[in-house]
Each structure stands twice: as C-alpha cells, then as structure tokens.
Design a protein. Sequence first.
Length: 424
Amino acid sequence: MAGTSQAGALGAVAFEFEDSFADAADNSITTAMLCRDDQIDVTGLQRPMLDRGGKFPRLNESSPQSLGAFGLGTFTTTFDLGAHGSTTAGAITETDLSKLLGHAFGNTDVTQVGSTAVDAGANTVAKVIDAAATTSVGGIMRVGDLADGFAEGQAGVISATDGTDHDLLTELPGIPQTSDNFYAHQLVYPVTTVASGGILTSDGSSTNNTLRFLLYTANGVFVARGCACTGATITGLTSGEVPQIALEWSAVSWGPLGSITFPPSESTDAKPPVPTAAGSFFINSVGTATRVTDSPIAITFNVGQGMAPIMGPGGETNGQNVVGWRRIPAPSTLSVTFEAQAQTATPTYWLTANPTVPRHGLYTLNPVDGSAISFYWPRLIQTNNPLQEVTNDVNTVTVEFLCATAAPLGSDTELMFSAWRMGH
C-alpha cells in the first residue's frame, strides 16, 4: 500500500434522513455540509474485539480474538452557526443547518414570514402592527436595523398574534416605525412532550429522525448508520467571538465503503457567520415584558442532550445490537458573567428570600439581516448565589441558571413549552 496515503486535512461530511433504521443496503446521501473540524476523525467508530481467554498447553499460546457487537460509535461535526444567508424580510427557506439541527434537537419552525415595512398604527415597544408578517406564538422575530433609533434590529418574542397585531413577551428598545423591516427567524427548539417526540423516527421525517452519514476522507469513505445526536456544544456567544456548534453523533453500525466519489458532488449550503456584536441581552422576571438589559462579559450555554439507546434484536447489520433511540431528560444550563455593580446591599442577582423568582432571557447575538442569531430562554431558574470574583482583571459576578420548560401561552405546543429556542 505504499504511495497511496493522502493528506489528512482533506475531507467532507454528508447526511440523509433514514427511511428505515440503520438500513444496511442504503448508502445514499442528499445533503453535504461544510465542517470546520481540522480533520474528519473516525477513530471513535471502533468495533470492540473480544479476548475469550482460556487455558492452553504452551506459554503465550492464544486463540484469535472475535468481533464483538457494534455497541455505539461516535464522531463529531462542527459547523459555523450561520443564519439564513439572505434577507428575512419576507418568506424564508429552511437552510440545511436548520434541517440538521431539527434532527439533533427535535423541532424546527420555518413558517414565520417577515415584511419590508411594518404598518402605520398603534405600534408600541410591546406590539408590532403588521398584516403582511406571519409569526408563531413563542417564536422569535427582529424589528428594524442597528442604529435606526427605534427597535434597533433587536429580537422580540411573540406572546400572541391575530395575524395583524403581534404582541411581545419582551419589549423592544423603541417603538417600531412604518419604514422598519420586520424580520423572520428560522426556529430550532428541543423536544419537550414525550408523546410527540420522545422516540426518534426512522421514516424520513423532516425532524426528530435518525440520520445516515457519509464521512469522506481522501482515502477511505465511511458510512455511519442509525445516528442520533448525543451531545452539543455551542461556542462564540461572548461578544467579539464567532458562533459555532459542535454536534456529537452516536452510530449503531458503520464501516468503510468502496466506489464512492470523493469529493461528494453535492454542493454545500453553508452560510457565513457574523461575529457576536452590537446585540443585546434582555433579562427580567417571567411574565414581565418590560425591557431590562444587562451587558454580559461572557456567556456559556450548555445544551442538555439526553439520548438513550435501545438494545435488542432485529438489526440489519451483523453485530448491530442497538435498534432505536429514546430522548430522556437532560438539563440545559446558562452561565452569564456580568460586571460587578457599584456598592449596594441589594445586588441584582443576590438572593435573600424563598422562593426565588424565575427570569426569562433573550439574547440577540447580532442584528445583521440574513446573519442574525438569537436565543430565548423562557424560564431561567437561578442555581447559585453569586459572589464577586475577578475576570480579566475586573470585578465580576457569574450567575448560573437552569433552563426550565416554559408555561404554555394559551395552548399547548412544543414551541411554547420548549426550555430554549434558537432563532437564525
């Protein structure tokens, strides 16, 4: 095999929604993704070997080892947390990243529609009048543009809509003007209701479905079947950074393929990210829309991604012993570091009484049309009583929150119940 090895920096990733679980006869893919990993690392796709032990008549005598069951293999894919890629002041088309995240976390909503100008009328900081826009209750939208002196392109969360009046759970910086654009967001949010999403499907569903990946290198191409997202890390939420998301996938069977074209012919739908800057961080008591903002020095959002494999017979590949996936509880947490306040006996996040009051938080990472990212946490339960510390040579406090399931807004939907929402 001398003279056949290619550069390890070359590679590609593509995926497909499975229409049957870990189908051993199907290697097709339709969607290629532009990864930001240094290399395509398949070393986590290890099938164990079994040493059966035994007694032998000679020193160091041994039997050949046997292949064990597949169990679970893992690999990671990292992507820029790009947004829509073009204006969202109108109807939007779901991006490939949104589709992938819909399988990772369980749900997407791409039904919102923006408009090129809000209607004249009784706009307020908590209501946008616009018959041309379509919003989802519990969804995230943006209004206006940076430095316009009014809504400033910051995000708001919809509390109710009749198709013309779009009421907000979170006030805007100022009253929208007739000339302001109303920008839609693609929405990604986790499964909350077990009956509607606790079991991952494998029937080609557009969300909450198992995936098949092809992992391309310039030498071998490897297929991973029956994949579910078992971990997620979001970085770049602190001002000045570039947001990315790393997804850990677990596969139930895998192996090398031959006669696969490299690189893949499918074009990628990657959208360029925009640095986290010029946005805003809203935080107030749950149920209070009054605009209160703070200026985080650092933000860390840890996504809980509970996923349990189901062991059993019936796999399509010899050695496959996992036959399904179930979502299980896993807490998501938010850690926010703020500047220390001027001397006071009652700092904002210092707890003195029970029960503590839950907050809701809305973070606009940036207000750029086509590239904006926003996060909403509808019920943040504080889990520490923060003491002053030093971060980068200045006094700070770090507040820890548990991201809890929200109360419904008039009717039961997965979006309204979700413990966190990402708009992009």
